[in-house]
Design a binder for this molecule. Structure first.
Ligand code: RB5
Length: 160
């Protein structure tokens, strides 16, 4: 079972049609390894990636023990959409180092993957290291993540 700081993680997973095959591949690993997950779709038919990003992120925000994995063709569309939602820190990763560091430094709560840009086995390695890595909790990283949250507040003030 994947744990962060002793808490059981619920993985909220979703994809559009471009990420469907990768999503199903990751789910097989979660099933086999008894990792709790909830699939918000799609079922393989064409959907709009912002809708899937929203569905995953809304569930992620319901509990600090939730985290999200979203797959689209490139991972770019879902990462852009997810990062519009307050409280979401979505990281588009295609290499192991970034997937690890975005947990250690950014405390990312959503991992975005490109189903058409990387192989399924690479996607699985990214998901595994991302799920297994805790936020470092270092003061400098806490301060930087806090500044990200402050940008959400600033943006609201400027657009009011
Ligand atoms: C869907 O064709 C494709 O645009 C989508 O999966 C994604 O790559 C968008 O960023």
């Amino acid at each position: 079972m994947q744990k962060r700081k002793g808490n059981i993680i619920m993985v909220i997973i979703g994809s559009d049609h471009g990420g469907y095959v990768t999503k199903e591949f990751l789910k097989k690993y979660f099933d086999k390894n008894k990792i709790p997950f909830a699939d918000v779709g799609c079922d393989g038919s064409a959907v709009d990636y912002p809708d899937i990003a929203e569905a995953v992120c809304q569930k992620v925000l319901k509990s600090p023990e939730n985290c999200g994995i979203i797959v689209c063709g490139t991972g770019i569309g879902v990462s852009i959409a997810a990062n519009k939602i307050d409280g979401i820190r979505a990281a588009l990763c295609s290499d192991y180092y970034s997937a690890k560091l975005t947990r250690l430094h950014n405390d990312s709560n959503v991992l975005c993957i490109g189903g058409r840009t990387i192989g399924e086995e690479v996607a699985l390695e990214l998901a595994k290291v991302w799920l297994e890595t805790d936020f470092s909790g270092d003061a400098r990283h806490i301060a930087r993540v806090k500044k990200i949250t402050e940008l959400e507040v600033k943006a609201k003030g400027e657009n009011a």
